[in-house]
Write a protein that binds this ligand. Structure first.
Ligand code: MG
Length: 387
């Protein structure tokens, strides 16, 4: 263990994961130095963060926000913009770890930029692996860039698999089931945006909270797990576990199950991805098993929550299909959040876009971005026509 602090870049510093990562950095100033920050267009918050952490570089995703940000940042902090700016930040000199916590497929190129410089990737962005998993994992291997998952389920599996990968039988991803776990099909038709944003266990951003409610989040996690741990889809199981006490499990060939337990506090997996292989103290609460009493398990219902099954299928087919699914879902969720479509329309639209796509089996990055753009446009077109 070296005494020099680890230089960390946070992509998505104004989002839920990014802010909690800054809390982790605050708790261990001797261990982590924030050297770069990036956000989409939250200029006020970026200015406050830059004044506090004094990073060498700040990037803003929306080019329109460059001038407002630049004019308000004092000192010698370099300001960049757009996807190029985020790539410059992620692939910069004097960077040890890049936390990729932006939401959406915008995370792909900066992640690749960091991988090409052999940086450690603390990966909180699902779309990178869902849309471009084969490419990202093989490039990471080529450049020996460690990818440490931040998502609680994958962090759990990563930890349980330490030294046990050769004995693995199945992965078990746990799912809270979201706020509508026990809703009937009829009740699901009346779901509002406010209802979907009330996650029972985890504090997260709006896109992922809606994905938890449709179970698409678990579907994306199944595809991520396939890439991260190189496990075929038939050996990745999902179980609803409403208390979120077990964050996921590995089943070993001798019948042993190893699970990762803890409170539902994202600061734990964020900190672990930054400190790995060390462990540092955390202010997260402990678990009191004497108080928990009971925990429950239940099979996911693919009739009411079809997107989980859709994701398994898209993952099995592979090629460009997961990228299309992800782009259609992202578009549909944003339309739902904007009040333009109903909750059940999300799955309907995603399925229609997938049906219309001709899969490219071994896509290049250009193919992935092309189908991503097509899927978004087609999803909007279908939504506008009310199809
Ligand atoms: Mg998760």
């Amino acid at each position: 263990m070296s005494n020099a602090p680890c230089n960390v870049v946070i992509l998505g510093s104004t989002g839920s994961i990014g802010k909690q990562a800054l809390e982790v950095a605050d708790l261990h100033p001797d261990r982590f130095k924030v050297v770069g920050l990036a956000a989409r267009d939250e200029v006020d918050e970026l200015v406050l963060q830059a004044e506090k952490y004094r990073p060498a570089m700040v990037a803003v995703g929306k080019p329109d926000s460059y001038q407002p940000l630049k004019s308000r940042l004092r000192g010698d902090c370099q300001v960049t913009a757009g996807i190029e700016g985020m790539c410059q930040l992620a692939g910069g000199d004097d960077v040890d770890t890049v936390l990729v916590a932006v939401s959406g497929s915008i995370g792909i190129l900066p992640t690749l930029a960091a991988i090409r410089r052999s940086r450690r990737i603390a990966l909180a962005n699902k779309e990178t692996l869902v849309a471009a998993g084969d490419m990202v994992m093989s490039l990471a291997q080529e450049h020996q860039a460690p990818i440490i998952p931040v998502d609680s389920e994958h962090s759990a599996i990563f930890q349980c698999l330490a030294g046990e990968a050769a004995h693995l039988k199945n992965l078990w991803l746990t799912a809270s089931g979201g706020p509508f776990r026990d809703f009937t099909q009829q009740e699901l038709t009346g779901v509002t945006v406010d209802m979907a944003l009330q996650h029972p266990n985890w504090k997260m951003g709006p896109k992922i909270t809606v994905d938890s409610a449709t179970l698409m989040n678990k579907g994306l996690e199944v595809i991520e797990a396939h890439h991260l741990f190189d496990v075929p889809y038939e050996r990745i199981k999902v179980v609803i576990h409403k208390e979120s006490v077990i964050h996921s499990m590995v089943e070993l060939v001798d019948g042993a199950f190893l699970g990762h337990l803890g409170v539902a506090d994202m600061r734990i997996p964020i900190q672990y991805a930054l400190s790995y292989p060390d462990r540092l103290p955390s202010p997260a609460a402990g678990l009191d098993f004497n108080q928990i009493g009971a925990i429950h398990f239940q099979r996911p219902d693919l009739q009411r929550f079809p997107l989980l099954g859709v994701a398994y299928e898209a993952g099995r087919v592979g090629g460009t299909l997961p990228a299309v699914m992800n782009a259609a879902n992202e578009t549909a969720v944003h339309k739902f959040l904007a009040g333009q479509i109903g909750f059940l329309d999300i799955a309907r639209l995603v399925e229609k876009v997938l049906e219309a796509h001709s899969v490219v089996i071994r896509p290049q990055l250009d193919d992935i971005f092309a189908v991503d753009g097509w899927a978004r446009a087609y999803c909007c077109e279908l939504a506008e026509k009310g199809l």
